[in-house]
Design a protein around this ligand. Structure first.
Ligand SMILES: [Fe+2]
Length: 297
């Protein structure tokens, strides 16, 4: 009998609308096309998948990430893993006074690179070091499904959102973050070049998933600062109402990290938020890659 080398991926839901654990797949060994397609299909439907106990070199992480598409380079290249411009470090570790990565990145609900014209399709995080205090792991990440959020909106609200475009402003979000973190992890001001590379953009407040066509709410409390053609008094209450609906706690999946986790989220189907309940000397180090996406429609 011939032996066919094929991993047998098994999928287990977290029990809320977002999050599926994949077992039976070793990313470092590569994957046959059939296994990858099965994993990708679950991913396109759910929006968050994760694997435990992986041991990857930067090259293996890049190889797996590239199966999802072309990789992007983050605008803050000072936080790239040296020698790997496509691996963005998310870390609170310091070398002298300087953070080696984006420290406490994403500690409000958001979706990655929504402030660009073509936001990334998905992001991968590989947990290298997780912060532990008194035997308890800190620095969880929460996820919610904006497809589920759209599906559960009242009809009247769906009609109200039809045709609206939301305004995304990276530099404003960065400035707010810089003021919040000025004491422990000061961030440099954006350079004129970084500012020029991230002008304000608008996207549909409801976008269709580029692969499945499923409708998703596409506003978030970190980067969305308004609705095109609507004044502040009209836009803010509407946005706040949507944020509260999107992030209803009973539908949130909270991921408890272990070193060796690889977790992937879809930036159209989901939003996420980092819990920053740790600080040095508890160290956190994540490698992140981002896969190119398409213009939201
Ligand atoms: Fe993020």
């Amino acid at each position: 009998m011939s032996v066919v080398h094929q991993s047998r991926a098994v999928f287990r839901s977290t029990g809320v609308p977002v999050g599926v654990e994949v077992t039976g797949a070793d990313i470092s060994q590569g994957m046959d096309t059939e296994t990858f397609r099965a994993i990708e299909s679950v991913f396109n439907d759910n929006g968050v998948i994760f694997f435990r106990n992986q041991k990857l070199t930067p090259e293996q992480l890049l190889g797996f990430s590239r199966q999802f598409g072309t990789l992007e380079k983050h605008v803050r290249q000072e936080y790239a893993l040296p020698g790997y411009p496509e691996i963005h470090l998310i870390s609170n570790i310091k070398e002298g006074e300087r953070s080696i990565g984006s420290a406490y990145a994403g500690d409000d609900w958001h979706t990655d690179l929504c402030f660009t014209r073509r936001p990334s399709r998905c992001s991968l995080l590989y947990a290298v070091e997780v912060p532990i205090r008194d035997g308890r792991v800190l620095g969880d990440t929460e996820f919610c499904s904006v497809a589920f959020a759209y599906d559960t909106l009242p009809d009247g609200m769906r009609q109200r959102l039809h045709g609206l475009r939301a305004i995304f402003q990276y530099h404003r979000a960065q400035e707010r973050k810089r003021k919040q973190r000025v004491h422990d992890h000061p961030r440099p001001e954006l350079t004129p070049e970084q500012k020029a590379a991230t002008p304000d953009v608008t996207h549909p407040a409801v976008r269709a998933h580029p692969i499945t066509g499923r409708k998703c709410l596409y506003v978030n409390q970190t980067y969305t600062f308004g609705i095109e053609g609507m004044d502040e008094e009209g836009a803010q209450p509407l946005l706040q109402q949507l944020y509260a609906h999107i992030t209803r706690p009973r539908y949130v999946y909270r991921h408890k990290w272990q070193a060796g986790d690889v977790l992937i989220w879809d930036n159209c189907l989901t939003q996420h938020k980092a819990i920053t309940d740790y600080a040095l000397p508890q160290r956190r180090l994540m490698y992140r890659t981002s896969v190119e996406g398409t213009e939201p429609l």
